[in-house]
Design a protein around this ligand. Sequence first.
Ligand SMILES: Nc1ncnc2c1ncn2[C@@H]1O[C@H](COP(=O)(O)OP(=O)(O)OP(=O)(O)O)[C@@H](O)[C@H]1O
Ligand SMILES: [Mg+2]
Length: 455
Amino acid sequence: MLRAPSLRRRLLTILAVPLALAWIGSGALIYVLALHYANVNYDRSLIETARALERMARSDAGGAALSPQVRILMESEADDPTWYSVRSLSHGVLAANRDLPMPPLTPVPGAAPRLDSVAANGQHLRMASLALHDDSSDATIVISVAEGLRERRALAREILIGTLPVVLLLIAIVLILVWVGVTRGLRLLDPLVEQLEQRRARDLDPLDQSRVPSEIRPLTQTIDALLQRLRAQLELQERFIADAAHQLRTPLAGLRLQAERALADPRPDSVREALAHVERLSAGAGRAAGQLLTLARTQAEDQPRFARVDLAPLARDYVAERVPEALALHIDLGYEGRVSGAEVEGDAVMLREALVNLVDNALNHAGEHGTVTVAVAHELRTVIIEVEDSGPGVAEEYWPRLGERFFRPPGARRDGSGLGLAIVRRIAERHGGALAFGHGRDGRGLRVTIRLPAA
Ligand SMILES: Nc1ncnc2c1ncn2[C@@H]1O[C@H](COP(=O)(O)OP(=O)(O)OP(=O)(O)O)[C@@H](O)[C@H]1O
Ligand SMILES: [Mg+2]
């Protein structure tokens, strides 16, 4: 099973490498510093030894030799014995326990002792040198004291070994603090969790963002957006249910009335008449249910699958399909405009549904011997679909309301559910277009125009 991602684990793994590097780096730094201070101290005592030798040389009148005690003292140090040499610049070595090189710059009597790093017999040495003037021989005497670096390094190493575990402990404490900090930080989410837990299913109001830590605002804002979409969807469903109930109640009541009438008056003529009503009512209810479903589909939130659709052949073929029906109604139905090249990004099924509703309306209202014209044009970046008829049209004052659900201008025929233009408007909007109304040719009838962005 896949392990769920964990903030704590993530943070610790992110920190692990830098902290390990920091540990190694601090070790190197500590060693360098420790070596530096060890050098300072060891150098200081080297100078002191040189000065002690100087004092002895002075009292020794000529500095020919060191007392045996001093020698033992200097040579007894096992690790890094101290080497010395007392040299007269005119008479050569006066006393030495090792052949030390001359300092790179010959010291001047009375000047401060100098310190040099030198090599002797393949060993690196630190050497303090000073000079004094011997009055008896009238010569300059150079005193050098030197020792190896082993002890200094050993001291630095000890300091390093002593401090590394302390640094490691600090790192461990940091990691523990991170762990604890994340745990405590996540408690900031508790109010949000509580807020959501206490919600009822229908409570889709936005979350209270004021108590949400800023770092997770993007998350809660996304949740809010989702809640908003859910709210819209829920409203849509509620409206659909209310609409459906409303739309079906009237025809059902009518059906019952007709049935009662037929039962009360069983003469074949009246039964026949009642059945004709029943047929009309049930057909209307069926159409209303279909229109409601279509409208609900066009309003659904999820993005429809858009593709390139050429509206010219689509409209032309559809018109051809309905010509026989129009002929039967003595209506001259025709197509004008392009043969092809009116492409939009869209859903062909939906676009055809819009056309169906417009042609339905036009055929319904054109009147006998009327005309209905469907046209598709392509202007700059717009594809235009127009359906116009030669019927009575709709008074201009009602145009703004055409396309509202269930809106029918006063005096309109009672069949029809009043959803057709709402469906058309919704489809136009979903395709980024708009719906407009106008007068037909010679100021007669209604012209419905859909403008869509061309692909
Ligand atoms: N071409 C038209 N000529 C005259 N009036 C029209 C025309 N088209 C629509 N109308 C008026 O607008 C009203 C609303 O039309 P719409 O298509 O939305 O609903 P409907 O045709 O009544 O019902 P449905 O199309 O859902 O079966 C119609 O009832 C009609 O009064
Ligand atoms: Mg209609």
